[in-house]
Design a protein around this ligand. Structure first.
Ligand code: PMT
Length: 417
């Protein structure tokens, strides 16, 4: 893959060491038929902006949604689509094209293309390339929620994952077909971050270990019931992906979510705050950076009923006990750790966030307004950052973009310590 190369040249008895310019990385971007194809234009732009050469391959159905000219203008390369193209077989034929990239990303990946990949079919240029390559392959599913939840699609993806294909997404939310559910294509920034992380694109956190908590906790009441909250894990997962994209080794400690693990990240699943605490303390002992984005339940049932609680009177009283504060306990165990907390607030955001910053002895706190459809289980977010001696705002954007800006701030503050 790309990277600067050292060259030693001897002239008149002197040896001159020359660092050649890094060769640009090459991405083959496959686009299949679906309304999310329009988002692939932004994805192509992000890669081009980051210095990649991007070759777009579109299926016939994809060209019904977006004109190839859009991608040609963005990438400066003619879009390919035909399997039997005499002009290109003479130059970069389909086998050569399969060898060319450092990675292949299919975004959006339709249910049909996923099925073809699973079956090893080669009836168009994109599926043929995927069969004829040994390069990392990322599929970014996008489809209607019922197509997504269909057992055929799920089995096909499970098979592809077992073969080493990396699945990015999907997310959930409102869909172009008017329905609400899982199957939305990940946002371009999130895809870019995950692919970059998986391929080790940016490495200014190389050699550092970061731990991120994400998602809700579940505090059991009896064998079938629990207390929890509306956290989807999206913001914490995006932070984990953004840290990994900067080269950090990332451990993601996740409460129950519906999200796939971002590429290149080690994920440990937990349910309760007590479990999250135990794993957090162990992981923090090996880390330099810790980000607590999880929505940890502050209280748990004082006793968990061994059998399902029976319906009885008109009212029932639950006795709750305070959960341990994970961030405070991590700080007590690791005084030198760079510790980042989140604050979820419905009032006096700055005042409450600053209070938590001080009480939990954090290096940085990221506060978001919650309630009224904000932050919890949304695609976008906005953050107010506070640290000892400073503050900054991150304007509303996709959670991937917000995470990227938060990680920029973490790196700046970590380095200035
Ligand atoms: O998951 P999403 O749907 O994407 O939503 C994202 C989010 C809103 C959950 C996220 O951005 C966020 O705000 N996470 C923190 C939620 C929260 O629990 O905030 P808090 O103000 O109650 O807690 C402050 C900090 O203490 C948090 O970093 C929390 O992880 C931590 N904490 C809280 C309780 C506890 N017992 N132990 C803790 O460590």
């Amino acid at each position: 893959m790309g990277g600067a190369a050292a060259l030693a040249v001897s002239i008149a008895g002197l040896t001159i060491h020359v660092m050649t310019a890094p060769s640009p990385r090459k991405l083959l971007l496959g686009i299949t038929g679906g309304i999310a194809a329009y988002k692939a234009a932004e994805l192509a732009r992000l890669f081009v902006k980051a210095g990649w050469q991007v070759q777009v391959v579109m299926t016939a159905h994809a060209t019904e949604f977006v004109a190839p000219l859009t991608f040609q203008a963005l990438t400066g390369r003619e879009v390919r689509g035909a399997l039997f193209d005499p002009q290109h077989e003479a130059a970069m034929g389909h086998i050569e094209l399969a060898r060319w990239p450092d990675a292949i990303v299919i975004a959006p990946a339709s249910a049909n293309t996923i099925a073809k990949l699973a079956q090893g079919r080669a009836d168009d240029l994109l599926s043929t390339l995927c069969l004829a390559t040994d390069k990392p392959l990322f599929v970014v599913p996008a489809m209607n929620r019922l197509m997504w939840s269909n057992a055929a699609t799920q089995d096909n993806l499970a098979l592809l994952r077992r073969r080493g294909v990396q699945q990015l997404g999907p997310g959930s939310g409102s869909q172009a077909c008017g329905e609400i559910g899982e199957g939305r294509m990940w946002e371009p920034e999130q895809i870019f971050d995950s692919v970059s992380a998986a391929l080790g694109q940016t490495k200014d956190l190389a050699g550092l270990h970061a731990v991120v908590t994400a998602g809700p906790t579940r505090e059991p009441l009896d064998p079938v019931r629990f207390i929890s909250n509306r956290s989807s894990g999206k913001q914490g997962y995006a932070v984990a992906a953004a840290l990994a994209s900067r080269g950090a080794k990332v451990t993601l400690i996740s409460g129950p979510t519906q999200l796939p693990t971002p590429a290149g990240i080690t994920r440990i699943d937990v349910e309760s705050a007590e479990q999250m605490l135990g794993i957090s303390l162990a992981a923090a002992a090996e880390a330099q950076i810790f980000v607590g984005a999880a929505a940890v339940a502050d209280y748990r049932a004082s006793s968990v009923a061994p059998e399902k609680i029976k319906k009885s009177g008109e009212a029932m009283t639950l006795t709750l006990s305070k959960n341990p504060d994970i961030l405070a306990r991590v700080r007590a165990a690791q005084p030198a750790l760079f510790l980042v907390g989140f604050a979820a607030e419905t009032e006096k955001l700055a005042e409450h966030a600053r209070g938590k910053l001080e009480k939990k002895q954090l290096n940085l706190i990221a506060a978001n307004w919650v309630g009224a459809g904000k932050a919890f289980d949304t695609e976008d977010n906005a953050l107010s950052l506070f640290w000892p001696g400073g503050e900054a705002e991150i304007a509303s954007a996709s959670k991937a973009e917000v995470a990227r800006q938060l990680v920029d701030r973490i790196i700046a503050l970590y380095r200035s310590r």
